[in-house]
Design a protein around this ligand. Structure first.
Ligand SMILES: [Zn+2]
Length: 379
């Protein structure tokens, strides 16, 4: 048995550690590539299907399917390329590589995939063509079917690699979203704070998702310290009543918060060609429950019945471009700093400056100020 401190022992241990995960230790694919991997997996599956369909059709017809270069290219353009393009995800990094003869007739692979991960994936595919090319030469297909079968084998090899790569990312990639939000009412004198930590994992289709609980607290910050909207009305209330009456929302509790179908992906600057991380994060906030109260300490005006409603959640959705995903209302955050500060993966913020709530003002405006911060951290 080797002494743990012997240099031979540590060298062997080092080699052992490095060599064990040989298939994946060197991979360049990381969490941001999961979207491309899932997209490529869909493309590859569609390609295999398209080749198999063609083989089935050829077996039923007597038309010649000689594999000359023109016919091969025509078949590729007409039958296979559209299937691949249809399956590719929106804005996914394209994968492209080709194996063929160089100027002096040697088999070579040219891989022009723009990301390291897609390059790896297509290298697996091209290695099948390379082995066939090296063994049998460039004109190794006597029919289109021969060619199609080689492509199916190449795509199957790539598919196995993609499935393994995705399985690994699915177990490794976990992010935590920290959500902190403050909203001040506009003509209601209240302040809401809401916060949550949401753990995000990969789903089966290259997207991140997660759900958690949002803690919220809406408090009365009155009496109002300034006037908004109609100055006459405010002046009237201030002089008529010794302490001006006002509306406020109050309430606290927990509601659902979720991140459905969000994506981390690569984007390319069309001007410089530089690639950067792009994040499309959808956030759903469940309904909060608060009570709208009329505060009139000096009993200057007739009393007003209190009302139940959702102040924080409605104010959060208001003035933000929103959409629904599977019937769930979401707000999209697509503007992120990557990397974020303090070692975080990314950061986004939404700041509406307005100051504290006041008195008066149009009823349609729900909030005078908002500060919502999202911090994404790799776990
Ligand atoms: Zn191929």
């Amino acid at each position: 048995m080797l002494h743990p401190r012997s240099s031979l022992g540590s060298l062997l241990a080092f080699l052992f550690v490095v060599r064990i995960p040989a298939g994946f230790a060197e991979t360049q694919c990381d969490c941001v590539d999961a979207y491309d991997i899932a997209s490529r997996r869909a493309e590859v599956t569609a390609a295999i299907q398209a080749y198999e369909n063609s083989i089935r059709e050829w077996s039923r017809s007597t038309a010649p399917t000689a594999a000359d270069e023109d016919q091969r290219r025509d078949f590729q353009e007409r039958e296979i390329k559209p299937a691949l393009e249809k399956a590719r995800y929106l804005n996914a990094t394209p994968a492209s590589a080709v194996t063929g003869p160089d100027l002096i007739g040697r088999c070579t692979t040219e891989n022009s995939s723009p990301s390291a991960c897609m390059k790896e994936s297509t290298d697996v595919h091209e290695s099948v063509h390379m082995a066939q090319c090296t063994a049998l030469g460039h004109r190794r297909w006597s029919s289109l079917e021969d060619y199609a079968r080689e492509e199916i084998a190449a795509y199957h090899a790539e598919l196995a690699w993609l499935r393994e790569a995705y399985r690994r990312l699915r177990s490794e990639c976990e992010f935590e979203l920290a959500f902190d939000s403050t909203i001040h009412g506009y003509n209601v004198v209240s302040k809401s704070t809401a916060g949550a930590r949401v753990s995000l994992r990969l789903d089966d289709s290259g997207h991140f998702e997660g759900n958690s609980v949002l803690d919220y607290r809406t408090v009365d910050t009155g009496p109002p310290r300034r006037t908004l909207g109609d100055p006459l009305l405010a002046a009237l209330l201030t002089t008529q009543c010794k302490a001006p009456p006002y509306y406020t929302w109050e309430g606290s509790g927990m509601t659902q918060i979720s991140v459905p179908r969000s994506a981390l992906m690569w984007a390319q600057d069309p001007r410089t060609g530089n690639r950067h991380v792009f994040i499309e994060l959808s956030l759903h906030v469940g309904e909060t429950e608060e009570v709208l109260r009329f505060k009139d300490r000096k009993r200057c005006l007739p009393p007003v019945q209190e009302e139940r409603g959702a102040f924080y959640s409605e104010a959060f959705y208001s003035d933000k471009p929103g959409k629904t995903i599977g019937g769930t209302r979401v707000v999209e955050f697509n503007d992120w700093y990557v990397p974020g500060s303090n070692g975080s993966f990314a950061e986004a913020e939404l700041v509406i400056k307005g100051g504290a709530a006041g008195l008066g003002g149009p009823v349609s405006a729900m909030k005078s100020a908002e500060e919502t911060r999202l911090v994404l951290t790799r776990k």
